[in-house]
Design a protein around this ligand. Sequence first.
Ligand code: FMN
Length: 235
Amino acid sequence: MKQRIRNLCVVLLVLSMLFALAGCGSAGSGDVAPADNAQQSSEQQTQEQAEQPSSDETGDSNALVVYFSRTGEQYTVGVIEKGNTAIVAEMIAEETGADLFELLPADDHYPMTYDELTDVAKQEQNENARPAYAGEVPDLSQYDTIFIGAPVWWGDWPMIMYTFFEENADALSGKTLVPFSTHEGSGLSGFDEKLSDACPGSTVLEGLAIRGNDAQNAQDDVRSEVNGWISGLGL
Ligand SMILES: Cc1cc2nc3c(=O)[nH]c(=O)nc-3n(C[C@H](O)[C@H](O)[C@H](O)COP(=O)(O)O)c2cc1C
């Protein structure tokens, strides 16, 4: 009888040790699991973040590039298919993720030959004309920063740009405006001050002047200059 009781005790002891070991095992794996989960979820998060579209891809940039530019015959570059200012405008948009809006004349009265174009432009300047532009300006309230570019015409903004400044004066007030020009020797031609005068209530940042010929023929250099200028603006 005593022997039986002893055997029973031994069995119970072995069973209780087995239970204890099983318990330890499950506690051990329980300790590891959350760490694994944490690692897994942080890896998952990094991957999810990497998969998030950037603001450029979603098109929700808060910058806009408004520009005027001419194709046809232009000074020193012959007949061009994309305007000098358009090339720079696109570089700015690529670098900043900004939207683009091209100001086009309502009735395209601008000649495609250089000499004739200079005559028409001079006449508009003499008359302080306000040529109409076509199309609808994007809702400017959704943009904080607006890059504004044009070729220098007779040492000034083309008159159509003044039409844009005046017709959108209220919407441009309070914005950060960044002028740029293309030219063949006159540089920025006071685009910044003239923009400030035409758009009171806005903040005008340092402008950029690019030679039209470089925009056509030295695009790597121009792109570096554009990108360096943008990073220096502190936007
Ligand atoms: C009507 C007209 C007037 C111009 N006046 C000047 C000027 O005063 N100073 C200057 O450096 N370039 C002047 N240019 C040259 C243009 O500014 C230059 O070719 C510019 O890059 C053209 O840009 P776009 O192709 O975007 O129109 C003039 C060109 C035209 C057509």
